[in-house]
Design a protein around this ligand. Structure first.
Ligand SMILES: Cc1cc2nc3c(=O)[nH]c(=O)nc-3n(C[C@H](O)[C@H](O)[C@H](O)COP(=O)(O)OP(=O)(O)OC[C@H]3O[C@@H](n4cnc5c(N)ncnc54)[C@H](O)[C@@H]3O)c2cc1C
Length: 417
């Protein structure tokens, strides 16, 4: 059994496994360590925008993910109290980028990424929990607990992709700065025919009491319904409250079957630094956001893609080690200025209680849906998560279409010139 790899990735979530694929395609040896026995199927991310499709396509995974997914061609915002629906359509992206989004559980993305990574020689070890980390100028030693006992593994670099409660972040002595919301999210996977009730595959519900999200997540009729509840209710009894909440969403007597559910504490937080020595933080271990607008994993994937590219460049002596500091600072900026700012505004909007503000929000949504330029700007927002630290000869240099159509939010991408 190998005890050394160029890069050891802690965490077999979607960020860890997609990053493993990107590194392995650069011919870098990668070992992935996962504390759990299997890939988690907890109901979390479900929608993948064109900025993520660009990654899946480049990694050669798009076809496999599409085969498991529902294709969405629009995003609706619904305000039930006013019978208001605005639908922004991906057709405004035609000729610029992908004119659709894909819907499936993030466990499907992780499973497909694992298959691709293993085909490239990546080893994924389950039941391997990282408990300690020591760094030297030449590498990182991880202590790992397994059912067979504890052992040490050494990597030239380590990527902590071990989620919001990251052990790697704690072992690096990093704080997780920001705030935790007073309400929690409850995500449910449910069989129910929402199309019958006029829902398109992707819907945000704006309502002072019943704000949430309704998404189709597979071709067999599985949907995701996510809503907020007061965090003063005990999380462990959240299932008892599901029928009451569904009574507000569905007409009386409408049958539905809950398949799984999970309560989530939600945050706007980021690690004090995304890099310490030869260890990096990517995905939720580096930053956590509320899920409204689907920017958490969407941004985390780019942490990993750009980092993989930079590690490969440094290993080939095409870039200097200091580039990692620029990566770390830029990924943190992108989180606060794009992901967290966007998700926080989405959260305000869906749960807004002030009637005057709600009316302005509805007017803005109507205007956005009716104007292709505004619709396009909104649909292109996730591309801002790519940030500015991209090498001109990187495979990601042209991933963001905004520069090509003259939008200024990618003009700062000049860090390497
Ligand atoms: C209800 C909900 C809906 C969401 N919807 C969206 C969406 O539509 N779009 C979007 O972009 N984002 C969404 N998100 C956010 C998304 O789920 C996260 O951003 C995503 O899970 C981050 O992936 P990750 O790989 O960084 O971490 P994780 O998925 O948390 O994976 C971390 C892995 O590390 C493992 N691990 C932990 N500690 C150790 C250790 N010590 N040793 C080894 N392994 C360890 C864990 O077991 C886990 O498998 C949503 C989140 C929630 C809660």
């Amino acid at each position: 059994m190998n005890t050394h790899a160029d890069v050891i990735i802690v965490g077999a979530g979607p960020v860890g496994l997609l990053t493993a694929v990107a590194l392995a395609q650069e011919k870098i040896s990668v070992l992935v360590l996962e504390a759990d026995a299997v890939i988690s199927n907890a109901p979390r991310a479900a929608v993948y925008f064109p900025s993520t499709l660009a990654v899946l396509d480049e990694l050669g995974m798009l076809e496999d993910v599409a085969a498991q997914s529902v294709k969405g061609i629009s995003f609706a915002t619904r305000v039930p109290e006013f019978n208001f629906i605005s639908e922004i359509r991906h057709e405004v992206m035609r000729g610029i980028t992908y004119d659709y989004q894909l819907h499936c559980g993030q466990d499907e993305i992780a499973k497909i990424a694992m298959r691709h990574a293993e085909a490239l020689g990546v080893e994924v070890r389950f039941n391997n929990k990282v408990t300690d980390l020591q760094q030297s100028p030449s590498g990182v030693t991880l202590t790992v607990e397994t059912p067979e006992g504890s052992s040490d593994l050494r990597g030239s670099w380590v990527i902590g992709a071990d989620g919001a409660r990251s052990t790697v972040r704690r072992l690096l002595g990093q704080t997780f700065d920001g705030h935790t919301w007073e309400n929690r999210f409850v995500a449910t996977n449910v069989y129910c025919d929402f199309t019958k009730h006029g829902y398109c595959p992707a819907n945000i519900i704006a309502d002072p009491l019943d704000a949430g999200v309704v998404m189709a997540i597979d071709k067999k009729g599985l949907w995701r319904v996510t809503y907020q509840e007061d965090a003063s209710f005990p999380a462990e009894t959240h299932r008892d409250r599901i029928p009451g909440r569904y009574a507000n969403i569905l007409p009386p007597g409408e049958p539905y079957e809950i398949v799984s559910s999970n309560p989530y504490t939600i945050h706007q937080r980021a690690a004090s630094s995304f890099r310490v020595g030869r260890t990096f933080l990517a995905g939720d271990s580096a930053h956590a956001t509320n899920p409204l607008g689907g920017l958490g994993l969407t941004g985390g994937i780019w942490d990993g893609m750009i980092l993989a590219d930079l590690i490969a460049a440094v290993m080939r002596n095409e870039a200097k080690d200091e580039v990692f500091d620029r990566w770390a600072a830029e990924r943190r900026r992108v989180f606060w200025e794009v992901a967290s700012a966007g998700a926080s505004e989405n959260k305000r909007m869906v749960e807004e209680k002030d009637l005057a503000k709600r009316k302005i929000d509805m007017e803005n949504m109507r205007a956005t849906a009716e104007n292709p330029e505004l619709s396009r700007l909104m649909m292109l927002y996730p591309f801002r998560l790519i940030g500015d630290v991209i090498r001109p000869d990187s495979r990601w240099a042209d991933a963001d279409p905004t520069g090509r159509i003259g939008l200024d939010f990618s003009e700062r991408r000049s860090q390497f010139l």
